[in-house]
Write a protein that binds this ligand. Structure first.
Ligand code: MRU
Length: 366
């Protein structure tokens, strides 16, 4: 389905269409803000490509997409025996894990699907295993919706009427099943009657801030001013910003946070201006298996995203390019983590684990 983007009434980042033989449908975010088009993923290769090329992106949305992609991927083994089905499940899980490396939600969702599959091995027919896995994918999506509402509710309490809030990249409804993380806080504050003015970094090189955040906010009629990434310091010095809220792709046990490239610079500039810098993220974005940000795998992307962005060559042919898609903000620059369990303050090593570890461990109930 293609429509003029400004006419898209409801925002459904992704969903499953039909029963166990159905397919994954997702908004092609690479076309926004000028075109609103949904694409059907009827095989796992199409789903993998959609994750890799950022048709679906944002850590929680990638997790939900991965779970549904498993369901699509095992359909080819629907008439196999149990051994054949489980061989295919493992193959699909491994394949999807190669799509993008940084957002831990992807691996969290795949791990959850694997645990469910293992917990019912030998107890159900191959057909029923597929039904059970689809149920789990639906649960991951539904939980993400609720989680984002809870993040919004807890975070809204941090904002007061008339504040300017700067955000980087897109941590809105498009980055989750619905409602977002960083933008959820702004949506919830606005719904509570507070006036908030958002400054959206355009977010080089792929412009998630300009194309997606500005679009989402405009759709909801929330005041937003688009700025180039390099303007954040000036905007803060002019006193336009009283809080920064960003999302995250992976947070280490000590609170070091990987998010879209440029986030670290924003955090440094915010600290210089004594502006609180918050990270809004669900428990599924916390990786307690790693001690610090130094261990977070950072995705490096094609140099053409910088030299040939959006169809036009903007750098000399063959120029050397460095294109890490994420950076790590050290925990000491973060004023608090806005999660579905509440706002968590330092000392992070102790408080993150205490509050969130049980939620991350969430054993998939059979
Ligand atoms: O490369 P992207 O667009 O997937 O990067 C997304 C981000 O960095 C988001 O800020 C992050 O995933 C948080 S989404 C709620």
């Amino acid at each position: 389905m293609t429509t003029n983007a400004s006419k898209s009434a409801t925002l459904r980042t992704l969903h499953w269409e039909g029963g166990v033989d159905g397919h994954l449908v997702l908004i092609d975010q690479t076309l926004l803000p000028t075109e609103f088009k949904e694409i059907d993923c009827r095989n796992v290769e199409t789903a993998w490509e959609a994750i890799k090329t950022l048709r679906v992106r944002g850590a929680p949305a990638i997790g939900v997409a991965a779970a549904y992609s498993v369901c699509v991927g095992i359909q080819t083994a629907s008439s196999a025996d149990e051994k054949g089905l489980y061989r295919r499940i493992e193959e699909v899980l491994k394949y999807l894990a190669t799509s993008r490396p940084t957002a831990v939600n992807l691996f969290w969702a795949l791990d959850r699907m694997r645990k469910v599959a293992e917990s019912i091995r030998g107890k159900m027919s191959p057909g029923d295993v597929a039904v059970r896995l689809l149920k789990e994918a639906h649960a991951i999506e539904d939980e993400d919706r609720q989680t984002c509402r809870d993040i919004g509710r807890y975070g809204a309490a941090l904002l007061t009427d008339g504040q300017g809030v700067l955000t980087h990249c897109n941590a809105g409804g498009l980055a989750t099943a619905d409602y977002g993380t960083a933008l959820a806080v702004i949506f919830a504050a606005t719904e509570a009657g507070r006036k908030v003015h958002v400054y959206a970094d355009e977010t080089r090189p792929l412009l998630q801030g300009a194309r997606l955040t500005a679009w989402e906010l405009a759709q909801r009629k929330i005041p937003v001013t688009l700025i180039c990434d390099s303007m954040a310091a000036q905007v803060m010095r002019e006193g336009r910003v009283q809080a920064v809220i960003v999302g995250a792709d992976r947070i280490a046990a000590n609170g070091d946070t990987a998010n879209k490239i440029g986030t670290y610079s924003v955090a440094i500039v915010a600290a210089h201006h004594k502006i609180p810098f918050y990270v809004a993220a669900p428990a599924s974005t916390f990786d307690f298996a790693i001690g610090s940000g130094a261990e977070i795998p950072i995705e490096h992307r094609d140099s053409r995203e910088i030299t040939h962005g959006f169809g036009r060559q903007t750098a000399p042919e063959g120029i050397d390019v460095y294109n890490p898609a994420f950076d790590v903000t050290p925990a000491n620059l973060i004023a608090g983590f806005i999660t579905e369990k509440g706002v968590i303050r330092s000392p992070y090593l102790e408080n993150l684990r205490k509050t969130l570890k049980p939620a991350v461990a969430n054993p998939a109930a059979a």
